[in-house]
Each structure stands twice: as C-alpha cells, then as structure tokens.
Design a protein around this ligand. Structure first.
Ligand code: CTP
Length: 408
C-alpha cells in the first residue's frame, strides 16, 4: 500500500545505537510512497553515516545549520515548511531535553522549533538505556513534550545494546511506520473504546491435538489497527495466530471459544463498539482428554462427542447496553456461497445492526478481501482491496452510524 504517497517526511536522527534501525525505517517510508528528507545531528553521524541515509532516501542529508545549499541559506526554516510531518527516530534523552527548553543549537532542534506546529506534527521515537528512560528528568520531559503537542511514540521492552534488559528500546521500523501512518488518519472514533475478536479458536481434543479453522486473523487485526488509527482505545482478543500486535492496541491472547467468551465478557462493559471478526468454532469436544489418545489396535477411530460453543456475539448483542444503543455490535459472516442471503439471515439471527459478509475460502490467509456490509435497510459493497484499506472503510462506516441516530 502506498499509504504515504504525496507525503513529505523529515526523518530526524539524534545520537543512539538505534540509528541502525533508522536505515530500514527510511527504506519503509520510501516504499510507502513518501519523499524523505533525512536530518542528522553530529551524534547521529557517529552511529550511522549520512552516506547510507542519502542512498536510501535518494536525497542529500542535512547535517548542519550552516549548510549553504539552500538558496536562502535557511535550511532550518525551509525543512519545517515543506514537511507533512517530522519524525525523530531515534529521539535521544538529550534531544528531548533540548526540545523541552526550546533550545536550538543544531539543525534538528532548530527546525523543530521553527516548524509551523499547528500544521506539521512532530513525532518522537525515544531510544535509550532503561535507567535513562526511567529517570524522573526524562519522564518529566516526556510529559512536557506531550503538553507542547508532540506525539511521543511508545518504547519497546527487552534486551538493550548495553546488555541490560528493560524499557527504552526504540520501536521496530514497521511499528514506527504504523505510528506515522496513523497520524494521517482522521480521528473518527476519538473517545470510543473498541473491542475486537480475531482469528480462529482452538478446541482441544487431547494435549497434542485439537480442532481449528483456516482463519488467519488478518481482517480482525486490520480492524483493530484501523480503529486505533481512528483515535479509539482498542482491545483485541486474539485466537492462536502469529501476527504482530498493531501499535497502540492492547492484546489478550486466548485459545478456545470459552476463553474467548470469558475475555470478551471481562472487557465488553467498557466498550462502545464490539466487532466480532473471529471465526469461533461452533463445536468443541465434550471433554478434552488429559492424556494423548492412543490407537487401541482395533482400527476404529475414537468416538468424539461434541457440545455447542456459546455464541459470543449473540450473547453480547442481547445485553442491556447493546439493546439500549450504548454498545454498537458488528458481526462478520464467513460464507462459502449465497453470501447475501446468509449474511442477511445471520444479521437477524444475531440481532446486530451491522453484519460484514465475506467469502471465507477466498480470503482466509490473504492480504486482500472484498466485503459486503448488510444492515436492516440494505447492503453496501466494499470492492476488492487490501484488508487494511477495507478495515479503514469499515471503521468510517461504523463512525457514521455512531454519529447518526438509528432510522426507525
Ligand atoms: N460468532 C461468535 N461466537 C460463536 C460463533 C460465531 O461470536 N460461537 C460470531 C463470529 O465472530 C462472527 C459471527 O458470529 O461475527 C458469525 O460467525 P459465523 O461462524 O459465520 O456464523 P455461525 O454463527 O457459526 O453460523 P453458521 O455456522 O451457520 O455459518
């Protein structure tokens, strides 16, 4: 997806070992369609060379406020005026301390101070040792930077270059890209709390086997990401899938339908929107053997008995909050044929205002899909597109419905 097509991004690098990740970030930004102007502090150039960043961005890198190439000799003014966003990755503790005080003794801090702040957002991707991160001075500075309008992206947790383990790692390039893309999405769900289920469930037969399905979770994860980008607080209840958690989304991992139901029940009272995108197994073995089932030599398969799983969506849709209109419920229907008829029937059966139909076998595991939105008044087709694109359209559709009182 050329999500950043037409956008001009100033990518600032301050000093820190995380600069090695900025090369990959630059590549991802260019791949997403952005033009990238790299600006580096003297310290950043100790960690990665401007040559590398110039080759990846296809533009000369700016490293000094005395850079005389601009005809007006005011690189610090021009850079901020031309940008759609300034992303500083890595943002060192020292750089952020300078920004707090409005200091401007190098080209990067200069351009931050000189940029038209109401039009050009400043995103910071902090990177530092865990003690530096936890220090009250750093935390105080972060609070002040947020108050001054900067978007401070979260830090990662884990092994650090210094050999210690803790908070303060810079996010991965793909996560930083997500954070930047989110900046350009309209905040249609600001103030909302969205709960999403995604992926398959796994119903155990014994400790080594179980029943599951082909759902990859990609659509549900895309919905969670799109809702987060739209300004909502998002919780994602995920069945067993190997997908990265969208930036800024809280994830609860589950295996079985019963666990998914328990996780949803624990979260749903806070939600204003519930999107059930999971492919929940309809049946589970009545008992899960606690030891592996062995062949008994008779040649006959073991007799498995099944019980029906609770319908998580129908249960939530029948709650008082959903019926009062305080919780907007959206169902999905993965069908193999007769999509419209099945989707309409399912919407009525589950008693939800909006049902999203798709052809399951055509979409499981794919990055693209096509959706059919079905409500009480008709249908709307969302033609074939990447799942994130469709998820954004769905989120916009939901936001419109939340803003409009239901028709009688
Ligand atoms: N769903 C659910 N709990 C279940 C089964 C389904 O919450 N036990 C939700 C799904 O997340 C989805 C919608 O209900 O939003 C429809 O799921 P689907 O599996 O297509 O429908 P079923 O109810 O299983 O109907 P059928 O098997 O007849 O297609």
């Amino acid at each position: 997806m050329q999500d950043l097509a037409g956008k001009h991004i100033v990518l600032g690098l301050s000093g820190g070992i995380a600069c090695y990740k900025s090369a990959e970030l630059c590549r991802l930004l260019v791949k997403a369609g952005a033009t990238v102007q790299v600006v580096m502090t003297e310290a950043a150039a100790q960690f990665i060379t401007p040559v590398t960043m110039q080759a990846l961005s296809n533009r000369p890198v700016v490293t000094s406020q005395w850079d005389a190439r601009a005809p007006n000799n005011m690189a610090h003014i021009n850079l901020g005026r031309e940008a759609d966003a300034v992303l500083i990755a890595p943002a060192s503790a020292d750089l952020m301390a300078k920004l707090v005080h409005g200091r401007a003794d190098d080209v990067l801090t200069l351009l931050c101070l000189a940029r038209p702040a109401e039009r050009v957002p400043l995103l910071l991707a902090p990177a530092m040792n865990r003690e530096m991160w936890a220090h009250p001075a750093t935390q105080r500075n972060l609070t002040q930077l947020r108050a001054d309008g900067a978007v401070v992206l979260p830090v990662g947790q884990g092994d650090q270059a210094c050999g210690e383990t803790g908070d303060g790692r810079m996010l991965e390039p793909e996560q930083l890209l997500q954070g930047l893309m989110a900046q350009f999405q309209p905040k249609l769900l600001a103030g909302h709390r969205v709960l999403v289920t995604a992926g398959p469930t796994f119903e155990a037969i014994d400790p080594v086997r179980g029943i599951t399905n082909h759902s990859s979770g990609k659509m549900g994860f895309a919905v969670a990401r799109a809702a987060q980008e739209a300004g909502a607080e998002v919780t994602l209840v995920a069945g067993p899938v190997h997908l990265p958690t969208p930036l800024g989304v809280r994830r609860v991992n589950v295996q079985s339908a019963l666990q998914m139901q328990a996780a949803v029940q624990a979260e749903v009272d806070r939600a204003t929107v519930f999107v059930a995108a999971a492919a929940v197994a309809d049946w589970r073995p009545a008992t899960a053997a606690d030891q592996k089932l062995k062949k008994d030599g008779s040649g006959l398969p073991p007799a498995l008995h099944f019980v029906e799983n609770p319908d998580i969506l129908a249960g939530v849709a029948a709650s008082d909050r959903a019926r009062r209109g305080d919780l907007f419920c959206v169902g999905f229907a993965a069908e193999s044929h007769d999509l419209l008829a099945h989707a309409q029937a399912k919407r009525v059966r589950k008693n939800v205002p909006l049902l999203v139909g798709n052809i399951g076998p055509a979409t499981f595991g794919q990055d693209d899909n096509a959706l059919l939105l079905v409500d009480a008044h008709g249908t709307r087709e969302l033609p074939h597109a990447p799942k994130l694109d469709l998820a954004r359209q769905l989120v916009a559709d939901i936001a419109r419905r939340l803003a409009t009182p239901p028709r009688a």
